[in-house]
Design a protein around this ligand. Structure first.
Ligand SMILES: Nc1ncnc2c1ncn2[C@@H]1O[C@H](COP(=O)(O)OP(=O)(O)OP(=O)(O)O)[C@@H](O)[C@H]1O
Ligand SMILES: [Mg+2]
Length: 426
């Protein structure tokens, strides 16, 4: 008898790899190394002891996970997520999963208070508190130390999970929390705590896998616990009526709606003004660094000395736009451009003179020694200027802030790798 091939949307499913309480995972023969995560209309709590059917839950969970992963992926967090497949499913890299829950907390609440008697609810962790739990429903997911995870000697898709990997995952957990905390701040919601899981894909890369949805976090609108909109509402129910389930579902829908209304991050522009077209290469370098950080960039040519009126007109033009502007002034020899722009706008101005080794200590002073009352700053390197611009934009733009945050984390991936290479050589 011919095998019946199950299909969802345009995707022909392969074998069922695993089925859990809330999802089925299917192989995806058309995309080797990938799978489909299909959500179920089920809500569960207490390691599956409490469970209910909840029509529409699969669609809501899937939408939430896809939106959250879209954001994380767009800023460079390594995730297994590939794309949404249907209303209730998404394509993911096929992973061998690390059986650990990585928990991060900004405020103490819930189980933390039971494990740490005396700590008051609402105690604020800075930095974010990080904890790990071994996934073992039968024993209620016991807390594990870093040493226990290392000692378990997990090996998944050829990757040994040692000290370096555990450290990296701990850092990514904190990073994911901080990014989503910033995202939720734009909707006046406080992210209280959350959990993520990691897997190793078929190429041996460690990635954030499984899902992140309303089951993964505590979310308090306006920072008010009484307004909670996460799964805790369901966990707290002693008896569960249809009306209760409707409330839980409405909360989850509200979360999806909020994620839909996240402010578009296209609210800024970095304007690189060069005093002479001969500075083109230097400006293009700055532009490239800016774009890598997710910044919108325009390059203009104008000289404060030679075409003063045109330079002022450029400033007026950008001031008239309803976006946040950062100017980067590029002028060699005597830099009049940055200070003149700075004296005629209240937007940030960063001087980035195209200095060469021979003239650095002669020319840089025209950027540094500015008249009183001017607030322009100076960056000598193209990358520094771009980073400084990104930090300004990142104050109100969570995408750019997150890219900076991921860049900082990547040092923990690349430098230990070089360190290891040098040790292997010796
Ligand atoms: N990208 C992936 N590749 C392979 N398996 C995955 C992937 N993402 C999640 N899984 C696994 O799919 C299974 C089903 O998910 P579900 O969340 O329904 O399980 P569960 O009943 O909650 O069990 P668990 O306590 O392990 O999460 C889990 O074992 C999860 O680890
Ligand atoms: Mg699960």
């Amino acid at each position: 008898m011919a095998k019946i091939v199950k299909q969802i949307g345009e995707y022909k499913l392969g074998d069922l790899i695993i089925e859990g309480k809330t999802k089925q995972v299917y192989d995806l023969p058309s995309e080797p190394g990938h799978c489909i995560l299909l959500s179920k209309d089920k809500i569960t709590a207490g390691d599956g002891v409490k469970k209910h059917d909840l029509k529409g839950k699969a669609e809501i969970s899937n939408k939430t996970a896809c939106k959250v992963f879209d954001i994380l992926k767009s800023v460079g967090v390594p995730t297994a997520f590939v794309r949404q497949a249907t209303e209730t499913a998404f394509v993911s890299r096929k992973c061998e999963m690390i059986p650990i829950e990585w928990v991060t907390r900004r405020l103490a609440t819930g189980s933390f208070l039971k494990r740490h008697p005396g700590v008051k609810e609402g105690y604020r962790f800075a930095p974010v508190k990080h904890e790990t739990f071994f996934k073992d429903d039968a024993n209620h997911d016991p807390q594990w130390s870093e040493e226990q995870i290392i000692s378990a000697e997990f090996e998944l898709n050829g990757l040994k999970i040692g000290e370096k990997e555990v450290d990296y995952m701990a850092r990514i957990s904190v990073l994911v929390f901080e990014i989503l905390e910033k995202v939720w701040q734009t909707r006046q919601c406080a992210l209280i705590d959350m959990k993520i899981e990691f897997g190793v894909d078929t190429s041996g890369e460690l990635v954030v896998a499984d899902v992140i949805d309303s089951d993964s976090w505590r979310l308090w609108p306006s920072g008010d616990k009484r307004l909670m909109v996460d799964k805790q509402v369901y966990r707290n129910l002693t008896t569960v009526t249809d009306k209760d389930l409707e409330t839980v579902k409405r909360n989850f829908e509200w979360v999806v709606d909020q994620l839909d209304h996240l402010l578009p991050p296209n609210d800024h522009l970095v304007v690189i003004v060069m005093g002479s077209p001969s500075d083109k290469d230097h400006c293009n370098k700055i532009k490239k660094h800016c774009q890598d950080l997710g910044l919108n960039v325009e390059i203009r040519v104008s000289s404060a000395h030679k075409t003063t009126e045109a330079a002022l007109k450029i400033i007026s033009h950008y001031e008239s736009l309803n976006v946040k502007i950062v100017f980067i002034a590029v002028a060699g020899r005597s830099n009049g451009l940055g200070p003149v722009i700075s004296g005629n706008t209240d937007f940030p101005v960063i001087n980035c003179p195209p200095l060469s080794k021979d003239d650095v200590d002669r020319d840089v002073w025209s950027s540094l020694n500015v008249p009183s009352g001017l607030g322009c700053t100076t960056a000598i390197y193209a990358e520094t200027a771009a980073l400084a611009a990104a930090q300004s934009v990142g104050l109100t733009n969570y995408i750019v802030w997150s890219k900076l945050r991921v860049k900082r984390l990547n040092n923990y991936k690349t430098l230990p790798k070089f360190d290891q290479e040098f040790r292997n050589k010796e």
